[in-house]
Design a protein around this ligand. Structure first.
Ligand code: NAD
Ligand code: ZN
Ligand code: ZN
Length: 392
């Protein structure tokens, strides 16, 4: 089959690789119809390069049709399914408590720790990813999300990752009707966080250096701001001087908006493997520009929710500010399966309350994926969310 593989820092290419085959009784093979590129793929594309091996198949936001299934997979050939990016068993202590990202059956301890993930190479269990024609899905009986046949792929696709990620981010922010919520980063995750906040009845502020991303959020009822030093004061001015009740950080460790973050991620990309890895482990580089802004902005006694991914075991944090402001923080990899019952009705609602119909700006063939990565990373050509279609 054809699959998109990591070949080096900022280099992906389509290669012909062996078709995946069933290995366990609860495996399924899915023929991919849509597979999105995520901000997390951009981390692998560049700053996490030291953890990648040439030839690794990337991608963790796929959906498609089951073509083969083991006797315990719980699905049959022909079923239309979305594939969550967490590989989780459904029956361990963590899974039964809704913490699929901490699944004890698939847990990986080599670098970070947590459940195995599709398409994250050595970092999370070396499970081949879904930017490919076919994908083997481990623990398919629990993991796969069966969906109907009436709606187009893009309405269901984001259940694989960014929609439950955004939902979890806003749930962890504790946002309710009448609250104020700020969202740092208006990439695909931040767009959905902001729309979910609006849907729940909150007043939502969105912050991003990219004008096209701000414009998209503004179309969905979000009050938008550039990522500038004066932004926190501007938002405090309209929240009785206190700042918003909660802030979601949907940027993560590549704060392109800040000169420091931009420089840091370029510099690490050029490091020899061992040095780059050491920096990631010690947090010796400041990639926390958006996080520090979020800590500054959130009101006293408010909540900070981190959807963005951070690396580095010893990243410096302003503990005095966090303590004095009495900030609550929640974070982590999304527990996809825990939120599906909340989200399916919204996804299938004919009024499209989360605006899923306008998130995808580019639908490309696997062969055009290198251009897709380049545009998504560079935020050029109006690129906000890229979906790969192996049939093109
Ligand atoms: P993205 O790269 O498109 O979005 C990041 C956005 O942040 C961009 O629009 C960028 O312009 C903006 N930005 C950069 N610096 C900023 C700053 N200083 N202030 C405000 N905005 C700034 O990626 P995405 O797909 O939206 O993903 C966002 C983050 O969410 C990534 O870190 C990704 O790894 C993470 N993520 C986490 C989970 C999870 O399970 N927790 C799941 C999916 C994605
Ligand atoms: Zn993702
Ligand atoms: Zn489990």
């Amino acid at each position: 089959m054809r699959a998109l593989t990591w070949q080096g820092t900022r280099k992906v290419s389509v290669e012909t690789v062996p078709d995946p085959v069933l290995q366990q009784p609860d495996d399924a093979i899915v023929q991919i119809t849509s597979s999105a590129i995520c901000g997390s793929d951009l981390h692998l594309y560049e700053v996490l390069g030291p953890y990648m091996d040439a030839g690794d198949i990337v991608g963790h936001e796929p959906m498609g049709v089951v073509v083969d299934a083991g006797p315990e997979a719980g699905v049959r050939a022909g079923d239309r399914v979305v594939v969550p990016f967490n590989v989780s068993c459904g029956h361990c202590w963590m899974c039964t408590r809704g913490l699929q990202s901490q699944c004890e059956t698939t847990q990986v301890r080599e670098y970070g720790s947590g459940a195995a993930l599709l398409g994250f190479s050595r970092l999370y269990g070396s499970v081949p990813g879904g930017q490919a024609e076919y994908l083997r899905v481990p623990h398919a009986g629990y993991g796969l999300i069966p969906v109907g046949s009436d709606l187009p792929d893009h309405r269901y696709l984001f259940l694989s990752d960014i929609l439950p990620t955004a939902w979890q981010g806003v749930q962890y922010a504790g946002t309710r009707a009448g609250d104020t919520l700020a969202v740092y980063g208006l990439g695909p995750v931040g767009q959905l966080c902001a729309r979910i906040g609006v849907h729940l009845g909150a007043r939502v502020f969105g912050i991003d250096p990219e004008p096209e991303r701000r414009a998209m959020a503004a179309r969905h009822g979000v009050e938008v701001f550039d990522a500038e030093d004066s932004t926190a004061d501007a938002i405090r001015d309209v929240t009785d001087g206190r700042g918003p009740d909660a802030v979601v950080d949907a940027v993560g460790m590549e704060a392109h908006g800040s000169p420091v973050g931009k420089l840091a991620h370029r510099v690490t990309a050029l490091m020899p493997d061992a040095v780059g890895r050491k920096l990631m482990e010690t947090g010796g580089i400041d990639r926390l520009a958006a996080l520090h802004s979020a800590i500054d902005l959130v009101r006293r006694g408010g909540t900070l929710s981190l959807s963005g991914v951070y690396g580095g075991q010893a990243s410096p944090m302003p503990l005095l500010s966090l303590f004095d402001k009495q900030v609550q923080m929640r974070m982590g990899q999304c527990n996809v399966k825990s939120w599906i019952s909340d989200l399916l009705p919204l996804v299938e609602d004919s009024r499209d309350p989360l605006g899923l119909d306008d998130l995808v700006t580019h639908r490309l063939s696997l062969e055009d994926a290198p251009t897709g990565y380049e545009m998504f990373q560079g935020k050029t050509d109006g690129c906000i969310k890229v979906v790969l279609d192996p049939s093109l």
